[in-house]
Design a protein around this ligand. Structure first.
Ligand code: HEM
Length: 408
């Protein structure tokens, strides 16, 4: 076996995410990897170690303060958006608390529960469109169902209107989740995304409405020390992108598995497992974010039974590997919604724990139950599913199925 200190280049095509994760787990709890642009980092695959690093105040997400290598990065480094944006995702300590506090109240359990009728209505509308396909014709459920649902929910929360701008924003976000994006594509994509969000903010400044963008603008105008202009735009971009791509992957993986292994549907119908169980196990089994960049050691951190991560070294969270780690999940490759221990790290842990976890769970639960209620005879029309070209985003390129209605 290769030593954990020999850098393993993460495959940017994401073709064999699980095989790669298993190989890397076998090298130890932490292992060196190389990222595009020859940036080296520690990948953490052991769930116990990862959980403790997520909760460790000696680990930062602020590259400006805690990653000396950040200064040497070329401006067109393809993963720049993952570290450079000025929002809660890339901040540490007091800055993180300040930026997260502006958003968190909109995502309390009660506020999310209140969104149920809205999400159900969007879901029903999308299923009407799926149902309008000619009999026997396969529909791409990623493009026409799993993707537009979370996009519609997050864009209405943010008050993003205008179909063309929304479609363009969606396309650009896919570019950032891909790890085969070229430096040129990344630079022009970022420029366009900033222009589109700039236009969105300007429109809301002219016409405030009942949405998160208008709320943030009001906070900004009230007290500029709470949120700068740059932080406002970067926060909106974070909410938009984090608010859909991962949920699309979750819904897509769950649909694919339910179509491939119909016994799960039988268990659901027999009441042996619930939709919540299915969603939770799908989150564990197919972490929607496979490898999460980047964290930085603020001081030297000795990993029990492993290496020492030196101050200033970057860290990638191996969520996909951790959720199936053989030492912690003896049958981790198996999708089993009835399993006793469904604990997983797909939403992270600690102060950066996903703000939208309850929303994602609610959307996925509504989407899956409504889809299989409406089309109990839904049939897979895919063979080998193609992975998106990414070692970050774990999802499919497309997901074709034939939506035969119940009465046909
Ligand atoms: C299945 C769906 C989702 C998955 C798997 C997921 C995963 C994650 C993970 C792993 C983190 C932690 C990042 C870190 O520790 O570095 C995170 C943070 C975050 N997520 Fe999610 N997420 C999902 C859905 C959502 C949704 C629907 C929203 C918003 C509406 C959202 C907004 C955020 C935000 C704002 C953060 C940053 C929190 C912080 O840094 O304090 N996510 N998410």
């Amino acid at each position: 076996m290769e030593p954990s200190t020999c850098p393993y280049p993460l495959d940017p095509t994401g073709r064999e995410l699980h095989a790669e994760a298993a190989r890397l787990s076998a090298r130890g709890p932490t292992t060196r990897v190389s990222l595009p642009g020859d940036v080296e980092a520690w990948l953490v695959t052991d769930p116990v170690v990862l959980r403790s690093l997520f909760a460790d105040t000696r680990v930062s997400k602020d590259p400006h303060r805690h990653w000396p290598g950040y200064r040497d990065l070329p401006a067109d480094w393809p993963l720049h958006t993952w570290v450079s944006m000025r929002n809660m995702f890339n901040s540490h300590g007091a800055d993180h608390r300040r930026l997260r506090a502006l958003i968190a109240p909109a995502f309390t359990a009660r506020r999310i529960r209140d969104l149920r009728p809205h999400i159900e209505s969007i879901t029903a509308g999308l299923l009407d469109e799926v149902a309008s396909a000619p009999p026997g014709v396969a529909v791409d459920l990623r493009a026409h169902f799993a993707n537009p649902l979370p996009v519609a929910v997050i864009s209405s929360l943010l008050g993003i209107t205008g179909r063309d701008a929304l479609d363009e924003m969606r396309g650009l976000v896919e570019l950032f989740f891909s790890t085969t994006t070229t430096p040129e594509q990344m630079v022009t994509g970022m420029e366009t995304l900033y222009r589109l969000f700039g236009e969105h903010v300007a429109a809301r400044r002219r016409n405030p409405a009942d949405d998160l963008t208008s709320d943030l603008l009001a906070m900004r105008d009230e007290d500029g020390t709470r949120l700068s202009d740059g932080e406002l735009t970067d926060t909106l971009m974070l909410m938009f992108s984090a608010g859909h791509e991962t949920t699309v992957n979750l819904i897509g993986h769950a649909i694919a598995e339910l179509l491939t292994e119909p016994r799960h549907l039988a268990s659901l119908r027999a009441g042996e497992v619930s939709w919540e169980d299915v969603v939770e196990e799908a989150l564990r089994w197919q972490a929607p974010l496979a490898n999460l960049p980047l964290r930085f050691a603020v001081e030297d951190i000795a990993i029990p039974g492993g290496d020492t991560i030196r101050a200033g070294e970057p860290i990638v969270a191996g969520l996909l590997a951790a959720n199936r780690h053989p030492a912690h999940y003896p049958d981790g490759d198996l999708f089993d919604p009835a399993r006793a221990d469904t604990a997983h790290l797909s939403f992270g842990h600690g102060v950066h724990f996903c703000v939208g976890s309850q929303l994602a769970r609610l959307e996925a639960g509504i989407a899956l139950s409504a889809l299989f209620d409406r089309f109990p005879r839904l049939t897979a029309a895919f063979g080998e599913l193609r992975q998106r070209p990414s070692f970050i985003s774990n999802g499919h390129v497309d997901l074709f199925a034939i939506p035969t209605p119940a009465e046909a």
